[in-house]
Design a protein around this ligand. Structure first.
Ligand SMILES: C[S@@+](CC[C@H](N)C(=O)[O-])C[C@H]1O[C@@H](n2cnc3c(N)ncnc32)[C@H](O)[C@@H]1O
Length: 240
């Protein structure tokens, strides 16, 4: 009980640090759905892209199988060190494998297999992450991706401000690709900034299909597809 209280206190401390230092951790409105998806999957070997200070890493470990481990990737050496400090204050330290560097490059060095992935690093890289993550997964893995609706721009008719255009187009591409994976289901949860939960049933088929898909699709067309095909087809939870 004392250990549980200490962990709860540490999570509060991290929330407060994140608020003060403007560190973007998983939003309060997303946490319940996130932890429910982890608890349902009961993963053993997890992969996280985007550690920040390690808040979501601890949520993953708290709700996964009791023996679960997580490999977590982070670009910033400052965030890597802050997360390391927090992990050292928990009973989970030995089950966290931290890697510092660009997630896309680090993915090329990993062998897996992982049964759960949380994608929360560079939003413009999500299609690239998907291509690199899929071959590392067990046949029935779960992928959660955060911020897929990015401030409402992903589903909007309005063009986003110029600086967000590529990012928004890539997120649309990502949603299109997870939607088109064979023998997989994707739910887009509209809480917070939008979270996509993709449950695979046949990872090998998904890898084959994505390899065949044209990497560079006409991204403007995807905006139209998002409206007419993708959003009506993915399962929505709650109201938009
Ligand atoms: C939204 S934060 C992660 C929050 C964390 N998952 C949580 O909810 O507690 C995104 C993190 O991704 C990191 N990041 C950005 N680009 C990256 C890249 N190319 N490779 C690895 N990490 C990256 C950022 O430094 C930042 O710490």
């Amino acid at each position: 009980m004392a250990a549980e209280q200490a962990l709860t206190a540490l999570l509060w401390e991290m929330e407060s640090f994140a608020a003060t230092e403007h560190v973007p951790i998983i939003k309060a409105r997303e946490r319940e759905a996130f932890t429910a998806a982890v608890a349902q999957a009961q993963p053993h070997r997890m992969l996280e892209l985007g550690t920040a200070i390690g808040y979501s890493t601890l949520l993953l470990l708290l709700h996964a199988a009791p023996d679960a481990e997580v490999t977590t990737l982070e670009l910033s050496s400052e965030r890597y060190a802050q997360a390391r400090g927090y992990f050292a204050r928990t009973p989970f330290a030995a089950r966290v494998h931290q890697l510092q560097g660009d997630a896309s490059a680090l993915l090329d060095t990993l062998t897996g297999p992982y049964d759960f992935v949380f994608i929360d690093a560079a939003k413009g890289q999500y299609p690239d992450y998907l291509r690199k993550v899929l071959p590392l997964l067990t046949p029935q893995a779960t992928i959660i991706s955060d911020n897929v609706l990015f401030r409402g721009y992903v589903q909007s008719h309005r063009w986003p401000p110029h600086r967000y255009r590529t990012l928004v187009l890539r997120l649309r591409q990502y949603l299109r690709e997870v939607h088109q994976l064979p023998r997989a289901t994707t739910q887009v949860l509209p809480h917070g900034d939008g979270m996509a939960v993709t449950r695979l049933h046949d990872t090998v088929a998904c890898v084959a299909s994505l390899t065949q898909a044209t990497a560079k699709c006409a991204m403007e067309d995807v905006a139209q597809e998002i409206e007419t095909e993708i959003f009506p087809a993915v399962a929505w939870c709650g109201t938009w």
